[in-house]
Design a binder for this molecule. Structure first.
Ligand code: P6P
Length: 328
């Protein structure tokens, strides 16, 4: 069997982050502390996802979350795991979750709270019962010295200091950017560590694959409808999983374009800006792609609320450009 890694090429998530940190003279190591908590939390969540049927935590809780969507048992479990793992990191001032209406204000700047971490604990959780890939999405913002933390947390995506996701799929994959490219790690269960498998991912161009829920075609704008007519006439293939982390991960590695445009029912779009669109947009841009809301970069949207939604069109620049040719 081919060696998965050898002594001279085993790079763990922690050692990769520390090596990155060395490039920043002023780095204090506290940033690493946050990412190691995200690593710990997502390993625990991955275990829960894999054992969900055995532990009978599949299905809905019977209540709706702040989004008005049915909450799944695993949403609650994943949320509690992240809050527990991140909550005791003394340099985190704010935690904000898709599952909670208001953010957790843990520590002031004076008490050492220097970062805000925003997350969707288990995006696509309704897919777990059919063993479709689901994921945790995270975004890290540095809190400025002065001002209210709630206001500071609503910074545009271009201010993120780190972003990424963990896909609980055929393998548990962590994709991370700290602003210097995109790296991919896979959880090696035999040693319990995320190990570096690809450094500096670049999204391929030229892949004529589009990813959108075409059931809503009649509810999309006429521009999107025209784009869909165009792809049907130009030898495109369609891939849509209905789990954002899985769909975006495929686009990151293979190219193509993922779209979740506004519909009549959701005129602002379905996906959330702060903890879904922004982190994914940072990853895609850092990999050389584009991420827009139809008219501008997602990362330049000035947020007005923690749970606001946005239209999302992201992928390789050529494929996003093909969409925009029909939307401008
Ligand atoms: P639809 C999952 O519920 C989610 O938030 C994303 O993961 C996914 O991209 C989207 O919704 C799917 O929505 O309307 O196509 O089922």
């Amino acid at each position: 069997m081919e060696k998965r890694w050898t002594q001279d090429n085993l790079t763990s998530l922690q050692s990769s982050i520390l090596a990155e940190e060395q490039k920043h003279p002023g780095a204090t190591g506290e940033f690493t502390w946050i990412l190691s908590a995200i690593s710990l939390a997502t390993k625990a969540i991955g275990n829960k996802v894999r054992c969900a049927r055995i532990e009978d935590v599949i299905g809905e809780v019977g209540e709706t979350n702040v989004q008005g969507e049915m909450q799944h048992k695993l949403d609650v479990i994943a949320n509690e795991i992240i809050l527990r793992c991140l909550g005791d990191r003394e340099n985190i001032g704010v935690l904000a979750s898709e599952e909670n209406e208001t953010p957790f204000l843990l520590r002031s700047r004076e008490e050492g709270g220097r970062y805000a971490v925003l997350f969707d604990p288990l995006d696509g959780s309704s897919n777990v019962d059919s063993s479709v890939g689901v994921g945790t999405i995270f975004s890290v913002l540095r809190l400025p010295d002065g001002g209210s933390r709630e206001v500071a947390m609503l910074s545009p995506g271009k201010d993120q200091v780190a972003a990424g996701y963990v896909l609980y799929g055929s393998s548990t994959v962590l994709v991370l950017t700290t602003g210097n490219g995109v790296d991919m790690f896979v959880l090696d269960q035999s040693i319990g560590s995320f190990v570096l498998v690809t450094k500096g991912i670049q999204i391929p161009s030229g892949n004529k694959t589009y990813s959108i829920n075409e059931a809503y075609t009649e509810k999309f704008s006429k521009e999107i409808q025209q784009y869909l007519e165009w792809v049907h006439e130009n030898d495109y293939s369609s891939r849509y999983i209905g789990s954002m982390v899985a769909d975006v991960h495929r686009v990151l590695l293979k190219g193509g374009v993922f779209l979740y445009p506004p519909t009549k029912e959701k005129p602002e779009g379905k996906l959330r800006l702060m903890y879904e669109a922004n982190p994914m947009a940072m990853v895609i841009e850092q990999a050389g792609g584009m991420a827009v809301d139809g008219s501008k970069r997602i990362l330049e949207i000035e947020p007005s609320g923690l749970h606001e939604r946005t239209s999302v069109i992201l992928g390789s620049s050529d494929q996003v450009g093909a969409v925009l040719q029909h939307c401008s």
